[in-house]
Each structure stands twice: as C-alpha cells, then as structure tokens.
Write a new protein. Sequence first.
Length: 255
Amino acid sequence: MKKSDFPRCIVIILSVFLFFLFIMPSAFGQSYNTFSLRDDTPYKDLSIEELHKQINLAWLYNKEGLITLLQEGVRRSDPDSQFKLGYCYLIGKQMPVDYEESFYWYKKAADQSYPKAYYDIGAAYYYGRGITKDKEMAVKYYTASYDSSTNNSDREMSARTLGRIYSKENAEKAIEWFKKAADIHYESYGEIDELSNESLKELGVDYNPATRSTNYTRNTYASRSSSSKSSTQKSNSSQRTSSRPINWATDVIMP
C-alpha cells in the first residue's frame, strides 16, 4: 500500500466504525431489554397516572414520542407499558418488527400477572414468534388468559381459540371451549355467537346458549362411549372438525 493511501484507509475504517456505532442503532432500533432502565427520560417526574394518560393519547394518535413514553413506563416495571411495547415490536409500531423482543416484553408483563399478555404469549408459542413452537405452552397461556381476564371479549376470544386448537385432535374438549365462548357472547350481547355456533355445527353439535341445551346431530367424541374411541374414529372425526386456520396477524389481544 502506498503511503498516500494510508490516510484514506484510516478515514474509511473510522467511517465504518462510526456508522455501526451511531447510525445503525438509530436506524434499526435498539434492544429495549438492555437500555430501557435508563433514568434520564424526559418523563421521569410524571406520576404513573399522568404517564398512562400521555401513553394512551400517544397510542391513540400514533404520536411521535410514544416509544420514549413506553421506555419510561418499562423503567418503572409498569406491566401495561411492557405489554404495549411487546405489541409495538410485534407489529412494527414506530420501531422495527422484532419477535424476540416482543416476546421478551410480553413475558415481563405476564410475570406481573397482566391478563392481556397471557393471550399474546400463547399466540407466540403457538406460531413460534420469538420463541420455539410449543403447543402445550400455548394452551397453558391461552387458558390463563381465559381464567384471569375480567374482559368478556378477551375471555371469549381465548375460549374460541382453544376450541380451534382442540378441534384438530380432541372434539370433546373443542366442544367444551366453543360452548364457553358461545355462553360468554350470549351473556354479553344477548345473541348467538355465529363463529362458535358454526364451529360447533362442524363438530356435529347444535347448541343453544339461551337454554344451555345441547343436541348432537351426528357422532362426535362427546357422544361416544370411551370404548369406541378407536384411532380410526379419531382420524375420521378430525377430518370433520373445524379446519379454519387462526390468522397469526390478527390473533392477538391488542392494547
């Protein structure tokens, strides 16, 4: 290398170093689980109530500064902020999509018994978003969502999702969960839940949530004796059960 080329090489190397040090993090986002505990945010003096108000307003109108507000919330270990940050990473709201980061923050919220996070962790396990696929863990968290939520819409969604999962392998459990979803919907709106009703009919069940009456229109696991549950019958029943896929893009409980 010529002596005249040496300064040019130094400049190139320094430029590359500065690019990866400063430009890359701002362009592609930083790992919030490594810097979110800073205490120098401009919102550190807000009460938690005022912080929630500003977060909700920024969330509603997708205002600039939302992530900084959430950063302050997670610095305080606020589960609502952790849940919202997980959702931001899931859909790419004001930051790049990152399923592992999304799962990390959903799990943080769930560890504080935040009900909405349970469902979305279940979805992460079911689809393998940011974590290895694990149907048993998905069922565990979907069930926790159903058991812990005080919101009927969230409980209905959890029950219906469990029905769809079980419809592929266990019609009796699927019927149980679809009926729970139908009951919640009827209690909330005084009308038949068309989604659960359709799934139950595909399973050979005519269910009326108003009277809690069940009629079996054809053979299902629920109407057979345990001695007749052969592997052939299971296979045939599985083919008749609901095959409607769960859409991962919408199969989350939103903030």
